[in-house]
Design a protein around this ligand. Sequence first.
Ligand code: ADP
Ligand code: MG
Length: 759
Amino acid sequence: MSIQTFKIKGMHCASCASIIEKKVSKLSGIKNIAVNYASEKAQIDFDEKVAPPTSINNEIEKLGYSLVLPEREVSITIMKGHDHMGRDIEKEVELNNLKEKNQFILPITIIIFALMMWDILARTFVGIPNLPIPMELFNTISMVLATVALFWVGKPFIAGVGRFLQYRIANMDTLIGIGTLTAYIYSVIITILPSIRTLIQVPDYTYFDVTIVVIGFITLGKYLEINSKKKTGDAIEKLLNLQAKTALIMRGGAEIEIPIEQVVYGDLIIVKPAGKIPVDGVVIEGSSYIDESMITGEPIPISKNIGDTVVAGTINTSGAFTFKAIKVGSETMLAHIVKMVEEAQGSKAPIQALADKISSVFVPIVLIISLFSLVLWLTVGTSYLGFSQALSIGILSFVSILIIACPCALGLATPTAIIVGVGKGAKEGILIKDAGTLEKLHKVNVVVVDKTGTLTRGKPELISIQNTSSKTDNELVRILATLENKSEHPIAHAVVLYANEKKLELLNIDNFEAIKGKGLKGIIGGIKYYAGNMKLIEELKLSFDTDSLNKETIEGKTPVILATKEKVLGVIFVADAIKPEAVLAVKNLHALGIKVVMLTGDNKNTANYIAKQVGINEVVAEVMPEDKLNTIKSFQAEGKIVAMAGDGVNDAPALAQADVGIAMATGTDIAIESAGITLLGGDISKLVKAIKLSKITMRGIKQNLFWAFFYNIIGIPLAAGLFYPIFGWLLNPIFAGFAMAMSSVSVVSNSLRIKAMKL
Ligand code: ADP
Ligand code: MG
């Protein structure tokens, strides 16, 4: 079994997505399929041996769609299906095609529409003369135009009718096809078979205008929709454009410029002032400031010296330096971001489930309603109005219902907002894993934050030494650094760094072991040493006076107690500076009515001190890693929606347990599996922005859904002529076509508004 994403061609509406889902999920070897109409992608969980993509493609090709085989992991500059500007080639072709059709049909639509308005006015007001065109000539010209409109411009709709007849599968195209075709066929009969007309005693009034104008409006709407849909997805295009096309490298002592695809691991890359960083790597010579705003959203250029990491897509300011390529092609952070954004934009938000359900049953129901309405007019209507008038109202309402009931806006409501929201997040350095995460985030009412690396810099420094042994301070540090040299904990880095600065040589160590949540141990020079927190000392049952320890910890320092099996040798204190943005972040979270809790394995006093500094008043300290997860669970048991922010190193289980796991990314490492959201640059204040983004996006979705539903609920009875007996209201199919086109356009525009909103 594997999950893969495929591009789908040929979708015209939201119901297409559910048609494909239904068809494919019935095939053997398919576990799950989610088709997204807005991003035109399908995520399939399937067994490739039982159901190879080619056979899936064969199945859906019958229905008028096709599966584009997956993009292999190529360097992102040459991403398949995109031109050198990162534009989607297929989209451009489709747009050009629609543009051509619009150039033909729009002028005609406008003229016919104007003539129709004239006709209506002339019949209503006495002073206005009748149309100066003989009816017969007008009908003949209209027939020719309607034929072209229907069979060329409206080809997808006719194809929809064809599929309906052949496979009994109906989508939006089918509705519009049946509607316009009905108006057309009726009018053709009236025009060329006057004998039938006299037989059933109807006026020589035709509905070619309906066919032309409905197809015209819907084609225009489609064009506007695709055009703005393109704008919803331009975050990817912008990210792809960040990628440099070439790199300047050192080979055989000479500087040469090579295409980005040819850069390999270990190449030495030269970056000139104002140059782009072509791949990810580590600075080995020189220094500079780099503008990383395009990736992290951080406006201030970051200082880079030897040993610092640089990432592809960022821009050098004035210095010059050389770096070693570490990650190239699809491994770079930029490539990961593109992939993540793309997948998130293509994923489905839970809120969409309802809209999906409705649009999948909508089309057949609408077909039934429209037929029912026609039958009612021809029976009940005839007895009140006479056959001739009942027939014309019946046909008009039949066509109107089919046209206005298209669930297109409904299908666009959620995904377009998600695409814009996810893209906006990426621009701010907020990477969102999927639509479900973005949806959940707005409901969060408790944020649990890890201390080290999230509220503090995660780069503690050795501050002081309390020596209670006969050894010198340096000897004590040397032993501790030897132990810590094997550890990944931030405390370890502080001790090792200090030992290096003091030029203390490390010793040989045997039987090293980390003691989870407590510290570490190992044998040095035949003696077994322990280092860690009070829990460790309690476990060893050593006597230890905690008074002097408390004096330091209440000032925020973290103690590392060094001991043998017999006695405590001394305490080394490290301290970690608070991130300046943490204070404001906590304040803003409180302002949003969110409870903030600090969770740490560190000493209680130390934790309380830091909490006070950043304004947090709830602290859970001295917790073992497995208890971090339980803390999250206990909040959830109270019915709270919990977000957990951590560095992802030893917090992974807690991140996974939380409703929303938020990882702080530093350097080039963003692939944190258990996190739903990754904050680039490790900036906790982005969490506030992420929550605001979620709120804005969800509000946009709800507005969209409301309007899409509202419009269909009002539109269908109006179109059916339900208000005709009471108010004399009827919906002309032409206005139905206009309303239908505008509803999609307005939903997409509303989603685009999210882009401009302030976080
Ligand atoms: P946290 O990430 O919140 O510090 P951990 O579970 O990683 O939580 O660690 C819990 C505690 O165990 C630390 O606060 C520290 O007191 C002690 N500890 C863990 N690893 C080390 C280490 N390498 N050196 C010293 N103390 C350590
Ligand atoms: Mg930690």
